[in-house]
Design a protein around this ligand. Structure first.
Ligand code: HEC
Ligand code: HEC
Length: 291
């Protein structure tokens, strides 16, 4: 009996040892990748406006794309738990603890488009999809809005990743280190590229890829497949699509959960929704996995 217990002890001990060792390797690899620095070689020139119309347009885009993380007052937020670690979403205002007072317009744009901070380090957990979703004019409007809001003070804290985030990082299950996921030499999209409706549609749908997957065929921890296959949105009409994004209702009248952020997506204009719908008709239809 004693011998059996001893062996069980040895086996459990070795397994624990292996887990600790594997995690140590994961932590070292992850830290190495987080500590890398990056250089953006793409060129861009901004001219940030200060007229009320473009500030209001910036606010509309902010509400759709940024508010869920950076908050209604732009002060950001901090989450902490044992597995995820401490995740700090930046305060964008010019208040103490905010980046608004010590970032140039270009530095803000560079962080959003390329995930690279002024010191060359990557932003952590700032979504990479904005590289495609925010065109040059959008960026100018967004910065104009960010510059217009009242300062909010926050205590500065740094993100510290917990074990779950580090494993997701090292196994590439989630874009943790933003700059690893964008082409640092590709110039920002221009709003002119969007003058034919499908260009605008593609730019706006780039934001949906953050949850619905890069090719919109769905993401297990995000949203479902929204390609034009008959098992996905193939049987929907444009009106059905507009209703889903404005009111959160499917064609059969059932409610789409607010994990799908339709409450803010309803700020898309008719023109944007129609362009997005037209674009969705042009992507490869892929069958939805049966749940
Ligand atoms: C999914 C959540 C999320 C969304 C959506 C998001 N951000 Fe962020 N953002 C973050 C996190 C997290 C950080 C902190 C990154 C860091 O400090 O490493 C951050 C940091 C920033 C920074 C500061 C970068 C620096 O130089 O320190 C700016 C500027 C910014 N975000 C702008 C935006 C804008 C504009 C949008 C909308 C177009 C947006 N963010 C949408 C999560 C988000
Ligand atoms: C923050 C994550 C997120 C973003 C961003 C997002 N979605 Fe979703 N979406 C979801 C989730 C989650 C669901 C599933 C909701 C449910 O099951 O009730 C969903 C469901 C949907 C549905 C309903 C599909 C069905 O068959 O029931 C449509 C249509 C849709 N999204 C379109 C879009 C479009 C277009 C965009 C971009 C403008 C977008 N979504 C952006 C998370 C997101």
């Amino acid at each position: 009996m004693k011998r059996v217990l001893k062996w069980i002890g040895i086996i459990v001990g070795s397994l624990l040892g292996i887990v600790v060792l594997v995690y140590a390797v994961v932590a070292v690899i992850s830290a190495g990748r987080i500590n890398r620095t990056y250089e953006v070689s793409a060129d861009f020139a901004l001219s940030v406006p200060d007229d009320p119309e473009r500030i209001a347009e910036g606010q509309r885009l902010y509400t759709i794309m940024c508010q869920s993380c950076h908050g209604e007052n732009l002060a950001g937020q901090t989450f902490a738990d044992l597995m995820a670690g401490r995740i700090v979403i930046a305060n964008l205002t010019s208040g103490e603890g905010g980046i608004g007072s010590n970032r140039s317009d270009e530095a803000i744009a560079q962080a959003v488009w390329y995930g690279v901070k002024p010191d060359g380090s990557s932003t952590i957990l700032m979504p990479p999809e904005f590289n495609q979703a925010v065109n040059l004019t959008d960026m100018e409007n967004l910065i104009a809005y960010i510059r217009s809001v009242p300062p909010v003070e926050t205590t500065a804290a740094k993100t510290r990743l917990g074990p779950m985030m580090r494993v997701m990082h090292v196994t590439n299950q989630f874009p943790v280190v933003t700059a690893e996921h964008v082409a640092l030499d590709s110039p920002p999209l221009s709003a002119h590229a969007s003058q034919d409706g499908s260009g605008l549609g593609k730019q706006r749908a780039a934001f949906c890829t953050a949850c619905h997957g890069t090719d919109l065929t769905g993401d297990p921890i995000g949203g479902p497949n929204i390609t034009p296959h008959e098992t996905a949105l193939g049987t929907w009409s444009q009106d059905d699509f507009v209703r889903a994004l404005r009111e959160g209702l499917r064609p059969d009248g059932s409610a789409i959960s607010t994990e799908m952020p339709w409450e803010t997506l309803h700020f898309y204009t008719d023109e944007e929704l129609h362009a997005m719908w037209a674009y969705l008709q042009t992507i490869d239809p892929v069958a939805r996995d049966v749940e």
